[in-house]
Ligand binder design. Structure first.
Ligand SMILES: Cc1ncc(C[n+]2csc(CCOP(=O)(O)OP(=O)(O)O)c2C)c(N)n1
Ligand SMILES: [Mg+2]
Length: 470
């Protein structure tokens, strides 16, 4: 895989810049009209005069007539460039602009990336030991999650897919909260109702993860519509955006297309962040699409788009920061960022990726580039980091993770009533029947069903049935 990198300037591709704006007034200066030359915002197609060079078709305003029949052949176009701030050796490409990140913050970002990778490693092993049922690692994508989260406002509403634990960590989700969710214990915010890794946090404005691929994308577009209205209604408050993370595989779902289109037609402040890590479980991108990645689709929907090197945390931060500014411009508009990466780990603990890719391919990528080693090189270049600090950090984080892990593992499970509560105020007839049936089964087969670790044991079901008697 080879990338073309651009380093000098960050320019989100604004779809309208490609065309000249000619709606009554002809101008050669791209983008002067303030919105896309082909956009139909507030315009209607009108019949043209007999000798007009363009017809204002309602569906394609300002398209010029031509007698030169040229099919657009995407294969002959240059690939969209990949934005970078520093190279693989941690050297900043544009010294004048720099990295726009304070030294202290850069160290903090590095520490969080290392913490995430240590948590991933330990949890992956814990699953192999049978102590956890499931886990997903972020290896190779730590910079995308942590870098983008660090550039957002805490009140922005975030929708994740599942490989963005770094977003939670950067926003302040504690190791104990990760562990309580993974063990589905009584301190888990979701009360054990979800699979491991499906975190959520109302306090941190991160919606709960749902594994049903791509459903979060239209949810984010809808939330952004609500935020657009709220931003207008509450001008004294910091305006907010919705941010949506998804994989390139999820972008094959219909939901992706519906979401981007409604976000564009409604002009809502939504930042779509695609993590393109080369695989959707066993499906490589070559079987997923034939176009130029996911970024090329943004222009099709009339959305400002940028492709970014996801191994470069400074590029990720600057792109997210600029995307946020753009998303709030003129009352709101969507922005798409395609963050390029390589999925170093297996898809999940249920996957063995060496069944469909060569070990050497993974080893090559590990050696070639990585968001953690790249930032470390930059930090070392500035004398902000060394081997001693690295050793101390790794040992401290390992201890922190294991402490949280052991505490969460010991914690009681949520009461059985939680399987029935939380949706309806009262129990429905069916729920009542199911709760009674569950109780009977648990009492009939105590050797098969260990209810001891569940708060209140079977008695919790009795209490529920008694409390919700109608
Ligand atoms: C609607 C739906 N279809 C299929 C799946 C099974 N599935 C889970 S993850 C995944 C791959 C997604 O790949 P991508 O979006 O690229 O994210 P990545 O895992 O690479 O981070 C698939 C097919 C699902 N969870 N939901
Ligand atoms: Mg993927």
């Amino acid at each position: 895989m080879s990338f073309r990198y651009v380093s000098r300037t960050l320019r989100l591709r604004r779809p309208f810049e490609a065309a000249r704006c000619v709606n009554g007034e002809v101008t050669s200066k791209a983008g002067r009209c303030g919105h896309g030359a082909w956009q139909t915002v507030g315009r209607r197609g009108i019949a043209s005069t007999a000798n007009a060079e363009r017809v204002l078709f309602p569906g394609a305003l300002n398209s010029q007539f031509t007698n030169d029949m040229q099919f657009i052949r995407p294969q002959s176009l240059d690939a969209i460039p990949t934005y970078r701030v520093m190279d693989q050796n941690g050297r900043v490409l544009d010294k004048e602009v720099g990295v726009e990140t304070e030294d202290g913050l850069a160290v903090e970002l590095y520490q969080n990336m290392v913490c995430l990778s240590i948590m991933d490693l330990l949890m992956f092993e814990a699953q192999r030991q049978g102590r956890l049922s499931f886990y997903m690692v972020s290896a190779g994508e730590e910079g995308i999650a942590i870098g983008s989260a660090s550039a957002l406002h805490p009140t922005d509403v975030i929708f994740c897919q599942y490989r963005e634990s770094g977003v939670y960590l950067q926003r302040g989700f504690k190791l104990s909260q990760f562990m309580n969710q993974l063990f589905a214990n009584r301190k888990d915010g979701g009360l054990g109702r979800n699979m491991p890794v499906h975190y959520g946090s109302k306090e941190l404005n991160i919606q709960t993860i749902s594994s049903t691929l791509a459903t979060q994308i239209p949810h984010a577009a809808g939330a952004a519509y609500a935020l657009k209205l709220q931003n207008i209604q509450n001008p004294e408050q910091e305006p907010r955006v919705a941010v949506c993370f998804f994989g390139e595989g999820a972008a094959s779902e219909g939901d992706f297309h519906a979401a981007l289109n409604i976000a564009a037609t409604r002009q809502v402040p939504c930042i779509f962040i695609c993590r393109n890590n080369g695989y959707a479980i066993s499906t490589p991108t070559s079987d997923q699409y034939r176009g130029d990645g996911i970024a090329s689709r943004g222009a099709g929907y009339g959305i400002s788009t940028l492709r970014v090197d996801g191994n470069d945390i400074f590029a990720v931060r600057r792109a997210t920061n600029e995307a946020r500014r753009l998303a709030l411009e003129d009352g709101g508009k969507p922005v798409l960022i395609e963050m390029m990466a390589y999925r170093v780990g297996h898809h999940s603990t249920s996957d063995d990726s060496f069944a469909y890719r060569q070990k050497v391919e993974v080893e090559d990528w590990k050696r070639r580039d990585n968001p953690i080693t790249r930032l470390r090189k930059w930090l070392e270049g500035r004398q902000l980091w060394d081997d001693v600090k690295e050793k101390e950090l790794r040992s401290a984080k390992r201890k922190d993770v294991l402490k949280a892990f052991e505490e969460a593992e010991k914690e009681m499970k949520p009461g059985l009533r939680n399987a029935f509560e939380g949706v309806w105020e009262d129990l429905t007839q069916e729920q009542r029947m199911h709760a009674k049936e569950l109780k009977e089964i648990l009492e009939a087969y105590p050797a098969e069903y260990e209810v001891g670790p569940y708060e209140g044991g079977v008695g919790d079901l009795d209490a529920l049935l008694e409390e919700k008697k109608r």
